[in-house]
Every structure is written in C-alpha cells, then in structure tokens.
Design a protein around this ligand. Structure first.
Ligand code: XMP
Ligand code: MG
Length: 185
C-alpha cells in the first residue's frame, strides 16, 4: 500500500499523521463498490446512508457500483447523548418502504459497534428481505462490545485513534479532507 505520506502544510496544526492517503481510499472504495455490486446483481439494493459522516464514502461507493441501486439518507442520534446508552433515534425514512428490500447500511466508522447494531435491529423489525452492513472504517476491536455482530463490508481497519477527514469530523470540522488523518489533540 502507498498510503501515509507527509501531512500537507495547511493541516499540520490539526493532523498528526496521514493514516490513509487519497489514492488508496479511491482504489479501495472502488474495489469495494465492485465487490458489493457483484453480490447484488438484479436485487436493486437500497443503500441506507448514515449522515453526516458517510456522505463522501457513499458518494464514491455508489459511483463504483455497476448494478442499479437506490439511496436513502438518514440521521441516527443516540438517546441521552452517550455512546453506551445503546438506543438510537432514526430520522429520514418516514416515507420509505423497507419491507422486502435488500438493505445495505452505509456507515463512516464502527467503534464499539453499538450504533450499527441498533440500526440493524430497527431494520430487521421493518421486514427487510436482507440487511448487510458496510463501513468505511472499522477500529481495532479493543472497544468492541461482545454482543455486536461483525460488519459485512469494511474498506479499512484502523488503530484505536480519533480520525478525521473523508467525511469524518472533529466538532463538525475537517470533513472535506481528502485523506484520513489522526486528529492532533
Ligand atoms: P460506535 O461506538 O457506536 O460509534 O460504533 C460509531 C460512531 O462514533 C463516532 N466515532 C468517530 N467519529 N472519528 C470520528 O469523527 C473517530 O475516530 C470516531 N470514532 C467513533 C462516529 O460518529 C461513529 O458513527
Ligand atoms: Mg457516524
């Protein structure tokens, strides 16, 4: 892998390290798009894009998919604000029929896995024909909750560091960086 490289001068104050370079992101996301596409031939899958973090990933992944598919965009908010409370509120699917659809949940990053597993349960209750999970990043399993299922499709596995760029933010900033960088605290 090529990846890494120097931190561009304009980001030196906020990024300590370039973890994944833009050429590698592009190559890997295209490859993943092709792979997912091949598995969903003729099924017209519905990509459920979890905003905001996965907007850039979803856009590149969707363009790499050759099989016809649809997209919906949702917001998922944790109740009580903490990561451990384990309940999420979903907005954005009020007018979408999920029954009988082949769903692919598109996330930016899976850390403990709680958000994704709650979304999965929600969609299972809605009568989907199948549900798979796809995340741009997955953190090493140190913080992973034991009862959380595996992610079906992952572009990159990363160490347990706070990362920004390619859709991921710190306090709503840095989403537009074309690479994944470690946030300089
Ligand atoms: P869980 O623990 O539910 O968390 O898998 C997933 C959500 O936590 C946020 N998160 C991050 N956001 N850089 C970010 O910008 C990170 O390194 C990071 N780690 C976790 C994110 O909102 C994700 O959807
Ligand atoms: Mg998120």
């Amino acid at each position: 892998m090529e990846t890494g490289g120097e931190v561009p001068a304009e980001w030196e104050n906020s990024v300590s390290e370039v973890l994944i370079g833009s050429a590698d992101i592009s190559r890997r996301v295209t490859e993943l798009g092709h792979a997912i596409s091949a598995k969903y031939e003729g099924l017209n899958p519905l990509l459920i894009v979890v905003l905001k973090g996965s907007y850039m990933f979803a856009s590149d992944l969707s363009r790499a998919m050759k099989t016809p598919h649809e997209l919906e965009f949702i917001r998922a908010k944790s109740y009580n604000g903490t990561e451990s409370c384990g309940r999420v509120r979903i907005d954005g699917l009020e007018n979408t029929k999920l029954k009988g659809r082949h769903l692919i949940i598109i996330e930016d990053i899976v850390d403990t896995g709680l958000t994704l597993s709650r979304l999965y349960e929600h969609f299972a209750d809605a009568g989907a024909a199948s549900i798979k999970t796809c995340s741009f990043l997955e953190k090493e399993t140190v913080r992973r909750k034991s009862n959380v299922p595996n992610v079906d499709f992952v572009a990159f596995h990363i160490p347990d560091k706070f990362v920004i760029g390619y859709g991921l933010d710190y306090d709503q900033q840095y989403r537009h960086l074309p690479f994944v960088g470690v946030y300089k605290q």
